[in-house]
Design a protein. Structure first.
Length: 163
């Protein structure tokens, strides 16, 4: 379960990890905002209640896919500790690895791959995590990665070693 600010590197790491796992013949699936928010969860907005429901649905889907034998990687901001704990409980402690992609806000904002921070700074996006909506960093993540100081290959190898 990758968590971190927008632009922290969650999807980039998940995609690199998936590539390595596929090369090892392992079956995977990545759930992220691009493939969930436009389909299954298109009825949800970005209020606190909607964000919690978004994560609950994602956890349920991840659990179903894991039950079918897939390694499931989720790449979502998931800004609230309680929603990540809810996901851990739904999925199961023995199958849940919380990966905190610990990238400073200024680095995420400089990357800004979707232009969201720029729009939020202009007031065009209310409830932008890290700008005008809180992100509760994990207190005890299973894994912490720092994309601004760690090589991608080392991050991926470390994560693959846990699976």
């Amino acid at each position: 379960w990758f968590t971190g600010l927008s632009g922290s590197g969650k999807s980039t790491i998940a995609n690199a990890l998936e590539k390595q796992l596929h090369e090892q013949g392992r079956r995977t699936y990545i759930l992220d905002g691009d493939n969930i928010r436009q389909g299954l969860n298109k009825d949800l907005g970005f209020t606190e209640a909607d964000r919690v429901e978004n994560i609950r649905r994602i956890a349920e889907v991840a659990k179903l896919m894991m039950d079918a034998g897939l390694i499931v990687m989720t790449a979502f901001i998931s800004p609230y500790r309680r929603e990540r704990e809810m996901a851990r409980e739904l999925i199961g402690e023995d199958r849940f690895i919380e990966v905190f992609v610990d990238t400073p806000l200024e680095v995420c904002e400089a990357r800004d791959p979707k232009g969201l921070y720029k729009r939020a700074r202009k007031g065009e996006i209310p409830n932008m995590t890290g700008i005008n909506s809180a992100y509760e960093a994990p207190e005890q993540a299973d894994v912490v990665v720092k994309t601004e100081s760690e090589e991608m290959g080392a991050i991926v190898n470390r994560l693959a070693g846990l699976l």
